[in-house]
Design a protein around this ligand. Structure first.
Ligand SMILES: *[C@@H]1O[C@H](CO)[C@@H](O)[C@H](O)[C@H]1NC(C)=O
Length: 250
């Protein structure tokens, strides 16, 4: 809006700056000439205004924004964000020490490059599954009959407003002037499994995909609890309580 008012002001100044026609044969010829000059100046001003507005819009679309993954959902639920693609939450094996730590959002339509037919011992990525262990709360992410052994989707999202994203553990609301994208619960692998994992924030209202028949060759995700280990301030933290999380943008 301020850019537009500056533009209008500049156009107005240009009009004032136009040299008066030196010689006009009649009064009406003079007025005609002034009118046509003013028209040209205003027209040029309007054209540059339109060009600028277009450039600004294009610039916002291509340059701004930030990406994040909404684990557990096939779409981005925030009105601030648009879906880049939806897919399957992928990970490596929980039984192998050298397993890759991160989880990936695998697209629904993979493309292949060069490949051979054999299945060897190379690193792999499969679909990850939930293990609802020792918690069973109906209508929650910890509902055993709903989620245990199920794989789950993911959505790769792009913020339309804001250029930065942040996951805050232990919060359901963002802090300061950050805007909420989604809330959920922290999940990671089991501490006694050989593979290391990362913490991810899984949507509190996760969708589920397919139930596994065994745990073989899967990344397994469990709810993360707070641990009063002598150095974590308790309260406010509570031993054994499941950790919330929120993804925010600004
Ligand atoms: C686990 O399930 C897969 C797929 O159903 C099957 O191919 C595999 O043999 C099973 N593994 C074990 C150890 O039961």
């Amino acid at each position: 809006m301020t850019m537009i008012s500056v533009r209008v002001f500049v156009v107005f100044m240009l009009m004032l700056e136009q040299p008066k026609p030196a010689v006009c044969k009649t009064n009406s010829a003079c007025t005609d000439k002034m009118d046509s000059m003013m028209f040209q100046v205003i027209w040029a001003g309007l054209k540059s205004l339109k060009l600028e507005t277009n450039n600004q819009n294009n610039g916002e679309k291509s340059a701004g924004g930030s990406n994040y993954i909404q684990w557990g959902r096939s779409t981005c639920t925030s009105r601030n964000s648009e879906l880049i693609y939806g897919g399957y939450t992928g990970g490596s094996s929980h039984t192998r020490e050298g397993s890759a730590v991160t989880h990936l959002c695998l697209p629904k339509e993979p493309q292949w490059g060069v490949y051979d037919a054999k299945v060897n011992n190379n690193p792999f990525v499969g679909a990850a599954v939930f293990n609802v262990y020792d918690i069973n709360i109906k209508n929650s992410l910890f509902d055993k009959s709903k989620y245990d052994m199920y794989s789950f989707p993911c959505a790769v999202c792009h913020t339309k407003i804001g250029s930065s994203t942040l996951m805050i553990p232990g919060r359901k609301d963002c802090i300061g002037d950050w805007n909420k994208e989604y809330t959920g619960y922290l999940m990671s692998g089991w501490p006694d499994h050989k593979s290391a994992t990362e913490y991810i924030c899984v949507d509190a209202d996760s969708e589920r995909l397919k139930k596994a028949s065994n745990w073989t060759d899967k990344s397994i995700l469990y709810a993360v609890a707070a641990k009063c280990n002598g150095v974590l301030p308790c309260p406010p933290y509570v031993d054994g309580r499941e950790m919330t999380c929120v993804v925010c943008s600004k």
